[in-house]
Design a protein around this ligand. Sequence first.
Ligand SMILES: [Ca+2]
Length: 194
Amino acid sequence: MKTKSYFLYLALCGFLLLFGAISCKKEDPCESKTCLNSGTCDDGTCDCTERWTGETCGTQQTPKVIKFTKLVLTKYPAKTTTGGNWDPSDGADVYMKIFKGTTLIWTGPVFPFPLDPTSSLQPSFSPATKPELTSPLDEYVIELWDKDTAPDTDDYMGGLKFKAYNETNNFPEKLRIECSTCSTGYEVDLEYTF
Ligand SMILES: [Ca+2]
């Protein structure tokens, strides 16, 4: 009886050892898994960084907000459509407006002196209150205006439709808003919030 128990004990130990050996040989589920864009594998599942999502972190996470931290005016019309100066004797003093649909979401500060239309100067704005786009997949409009003092009203210098984001753009740090036939153009620094 005692011997039989001993053999049973040995058999059980053997089984446990064999099972243990098989368990040890079990493949690491992360060995065959590739996580993209700095994602890390945890037990076969990719943990993605905040900008990425999906099975292998290959899909962009749509940001909640895109902020414009700096705007450079790369192009603006030297003259009005009738060929006159924006201001009586020189260039315009400008500011920008951004719309979502027909809703004005941001008005920028006035660039504080008349721009010389013959200069290659590209005025750069880092406004205290920065434009925030809360629907990154949607279209916005940016307009350029010449500030005038009453009784004159501000003059419209040009507008551009733009999208600051698309789902395969790899989150660029800068956005160019321009077109070859447009009178205005911008280069914008972007900040993403997720
Ligand atoms: Ca003016």
